[in-house]
Design a protein around this ligand. Structure first.
Ligand SMILES: [Zn+2]
Ligand SMILES: [Zn+2]
Length: 361
């Protein structure tokens, strides 16, 4: 395990790391958001197209024709009503004129005076006009009644057509609902197909690299992926399923933590530490700080964890094993065995010469 010395940095540094971790998490979340949004733009089912399949197109055309005709009729009726109003007004005027002329006649009769020729002519003219007007009024009323009747019949027909089309539209609507559900499910699967592997990768990295100095990066990545997955699942899966998924994930997480802490208390890192020490010795690296153990034939070489086994070792015979202390962290790595007085690994349990065991710190 690398402790990287005891440097934890100043308070400001630690704060900066936390802030940047948060910022990184937000940025990664955005990136995932963009990915998810692009998936969402995949077009779904088209209701208009579906409707076309399910509706009798002849009836649809007839309905449109009916609508057009009804609009025309309404315009015609308005026109007729206007004409009727004009004729009615004119009739009223004529009536008043006739009343005045009659009054004039009555006065003339009282005075035993004969009505003039002109007045007579005026009266009969007015009367004729009035009668003509009345006739036109009747005609217009008749026409309007007929048009209203036609409109009424047409409206009923249209109503029936509409009802019939609604009946045909019902299965189209059901089919659309089905297709839309399927589309949503496909979208959810696509999004999760991208997000879940990322989340799994983050989880693996979090567990494997928990000791790494770059742990905050992985943590930011993991949190962003987790939040996005949770939101996508919440959006696409019904609450009743989602709550089980959520509680299941929480159970696993909390259970895992509990097991981890119980194991830490029961087996205080010994097995894990032993594995780390063993692997470090195998690569000739200090198990504490990773600095190369430059002893014996490896004195003047350089290698890293990756290249440790590719380095050519110069043939140097008869070199004694020597005591060794890491020049970097000061940990004693090879010491004298108290039993056989030869050189043994300080951080491994048994002496490689006599096998005597020592308790490890
Ligand atoms: Zn060291
Ligand atoms: Zn020994």
């Amino acid at each position: 395990m690398k402790t990287a010395g005891n440097s934890k940095g100043t308070g400001l540094h630690r704060l900066a790391i936390r802030l940047f971790t948060l910022l990184l998490g937000v940025l990664i979340y955005w990136l995932l958001q963009f990915l998810v949004q692009d998936i969402r733009t995949i077009p779904g089912p088209d209701f208009a197209a579906l409707e076309q399949q399910y509706l009798d197109q002849q009836q649809v055309t007839r309905l449109a024709d009916h609508d057009q005709e009804l609009a025309d009729l309404t315009r015609v009726i308005e026109n007729q009503q206007q004409k009727q109003r004009v004729v009615g007004d004119s009739s009223r005027n004529l009536q008043e004129t006739m009343a005045q002329l009659l009054e004039l006649q009555r006065l003339s009769l009282q005075k035993n005076l004969a009505l003039s020729e002109t007045d007579q002519a005026n009266f009969s003219n007015t009367l004729n006009l009035f009668l003509e007007n009345q006739r036109r009024y009747q005609e217009l009323s008749q026409l309007e009644a007929e048009t209203l009747d036609r409109r009424q019949r047409l409206a009923e027909e249209r109503e029936n057509l509409q009802r019939e089309l609604d009946r045909q539209r019902e299965p189209a609507r059901e089919e659309f609902q089905r297709q839309r559900d399927r589309h949503r499910f496909r979208l959810a699967c696509l999004q999760l197909a991208i997000l879940l592997p990322l989340l799994a990768l983050a989880a693996i990295l979090l567990v494997r690299r928990r000791a790494s100095i770059y742990f905050p990066l992985i943590l930011a990545f993991g949190c962003a992926a987790l939040v996005k997955v949770a939101l996508v699942m919440h959006e696409y899966f019904p609450t009743r399923y989602f709550k089980y998924v959520l509680i299941g994930a929480l159970l696993i997480a909390v259970g895992g933590l509990l097991v981890h802490f119980i194991r830490t208390i029961a087996f205080p890192k010994s097995a894990w530490l032993r594995k780390q020490y063993r692997e470090a010795y195998e690569r000739f690296l200090c198990p504490v700080c990773d600095y190369p153990i430059r002893s014996g034939p490896r004195r003047f070489l350089f290698w890293t964890r990756r290249t440790a086994h590719k380095v050519q070792i110069p043939a140097e015979r008869g070199v004694q094993e020597e005591l060794y202390t890491c020049p970097d962290c000061g940990t004693v790595l090879f010491e004298e065995c108290p039993a056989c007085h030869k050189v043994r690994h300080s951080l491994l349990a048994h002496c490689l010469h006599c096998g005597s065991q020592k308790p490890l710190a």
